[in-house]
Design a protein around this ligand. Sequence first.
Ligand code: ADP
Length: 275
Amino acid sequence: MALIELTDVVKTFPGPHGTTKIAVDGVSLSVERGDCLGVIGESGSGKSTLGRLLLRLYDVDSGSVVLDGQDISRLSKREMRRHRRHWQIVFQEPFASLNPRLTIGQIVEEPLIVAGDYGNRAARRERVIATLAEVGLPPEFLDRRPANLSGGQQQRVGIARALVTDPSIIVLDEPTASLDLTIRASVLRVLNRLREARGLTYVFISHDIETVRHFCSDVVVMHQGRFVEGGPALEVLDAPREEYTRNLMGAAMPPIPYQGRAADPDALDSVSGAS
Ligand code: ADP
């Protein structure tokens, strides 16, 4: 069974004057363990809503979201809190998603406290230090605050916070969109290395087609809350079947030449233009 299974998922929001806005309109998909699914589409196509439905930050109107065999729409809030450690999210704006009043050590420790059973303070601190090291931040960062970090460092903290509970699935919602081009490549390399080392499964939401081409094993294209097409990333992006996808790719920035897939860290440099 796939690690992530969505079946006929619908999500609406109240619109103006008593209308209803359909953000996700009957989406079904499955993601195998260890894969990276890229979700691309124009702004407003439903990508972020889909990402939030995956972690039950929103409830579905209908349909089912099954993660690792668990239908998460049937879990109580308490059960969901218990499971949350397995399924995490990294947001687009690192600074906005980090509590400015807390130190980096406290921010990364927080999910361990919420989850409840990660030992005493010393054990948690050790785990926080080890996780920060995995994203390339030495222990000196423990007592700093988000405002004293660069954008790339802030996003590494966001990744460490998602990683600290040892999840199997991470939803990455435009994790590099707010970063400078040179920093983007280093953050993508960290994410790629972690996926391989930990066997993580990613859902990578992005409007940046070139990054998805390098970073993801598979891709789905969304338009107005629906799937246009999907499949292996190189197949879909090199030979789109649907006119919508061809137009979307034509409207994207001209591609930067690249030499390989995400397994080759240098390929990620070419995404950003970093040397
Ligand atoms: P994307 O991530 O592709 O830009 P979103 O998932 O953010 O798209 O939005 C899909 C649609 O749902 C948009 O029309 C958006 O305005 C609407 N939408 C998203 N979140 C909300 C919300 N919390 N309340 C009302 N409408 C929303």
